[in-house]
Design a protein around this ligand. Sequence first.
Ligand SMILES: NC(=O)c1ccc[n+]([C@@H]2O[C@H](COP(=O)([O-])OP(=O)(O)OC[C@H]3O[C@@H](n4cnc5c(N)ncnc54)[C@H](OP(=O)(O)O)[C@@H]3O)[C@@H](O)[C@H]2O)c1
Length: 343
Amino acid sequence: MRSVVYTKRGGMDAIDFLESSTPTPAPEEVLIEVHRAGINFADLMMRQGLYSPVPPFPFTPGYEISGVVKKLGQGVEGTGLIVGDRVVSLCGMGGYSEQIITPAERCFKLPESISFDAAAALPVTYLTAHHMLTYLGNFQQGDSILVHHAAGGVGTATAQLAKALGASKVFGTASANKAEFVRSLGMRFIDREIEDFVEVCKRETNGSGVHHALDPVGGKHMMRSYKALRSGGRLYAFGGSAAVKGSKRSILSALRMVLTTPKFNPFKMMNSNKAVFGVHMGTWKDEAVLKNQVTSLVGMLEDGCISPVVDKVFRFEEVAAAQQYLHDRKNRGKVLLDFSPRN
Ligand SMILES: NC(=O)c1ccc[n+]([C@@H]2O[C@H](COP(=O)([O-])OP(=O)(O)OC[C@H]3O[C@@H](n4cnc5c(N)ncnc54)[C@H](OP(=O)(O)O)[C@@H]3O)[C@@H](O)[C@H]2O)c1
């Protein structure tokens, strides 16, 4: 089987391919033939050595896949999974591969109506947005939301979940050429370069601000997201995209992002009745919570309440071009890698 590997931290020259023999599942694990692997912004940051935790180099990235169960490890029989099942898996790492071993509890059966594309686009983005709004954020019907990278993976997932949950308004910042796309998802588009999103959010909520602000940017941007909140509002700090400048690693941008990220003062937070959550689904430990959320998302997908926006599917040999597409800010929705077997 072939896998994508990051051989070192760096630009696209850090990407290589590895040929290895098919692994055997240990007890409670399954072997999956991968059809699609989702690309996440975190994969780009991992390649640049700007993300943690990650395994030591060389390693195969890839948090999420969809595919077909090929072999069951001991103890999996009787749990509901059988060979031949179509599944989606939040595999944790190693998804950029033709085959993968994953814990059986991280595999979720797919209804026939759900394509491998839609399934692979689901776990990370929808789970992250769902977790922030409903599990951490106590989302209530009529709440308002501010989301950045609104046209991207998490952004499009947030827009759809917001609609399904009954949000009153979603403000979405993105690059100017994505305005129509962002509006088509029902969001109030804000040009990330020329508009002041704090001012827009306040003005269009009668001066109050939003209930939920989802910030994956970091640096000074994070304090601005906090300022866009109303009393009782919640900020979710869930990324540091400001650390990334193009496809090559930039230590300067990373340092600037870290040094300018605010240190929140609990007394000031107390007086303004605001909360800040740190969110990293990759290090989330409570499997039962996660399982409930993925199961409910697969249900929403089956019912048509959500429908992942897949922008482009690249064959896995074109992984560098696929990641460059994200670096170039071209994606509108999710980008996937195709690992399906070719005869
Ligand atoms: N903590 C967690 O558990 C978790 C889980 C999922 C995602 N995240 C974070 O959420 C963010 C979105 O992730 P995603 O996978 O859905 O990616 P994405 O939003 O699809 O990423 C690509 C988009 O990000 C925007 N962007 C902002 N800064 C950028 C930069 N320096 N270089 C290139 N593009 C940049 C661009 O859109 P515009 O130009 O339109 O802004 C681009 O099209 C990322 O920061 C990611 O790390 C965190």
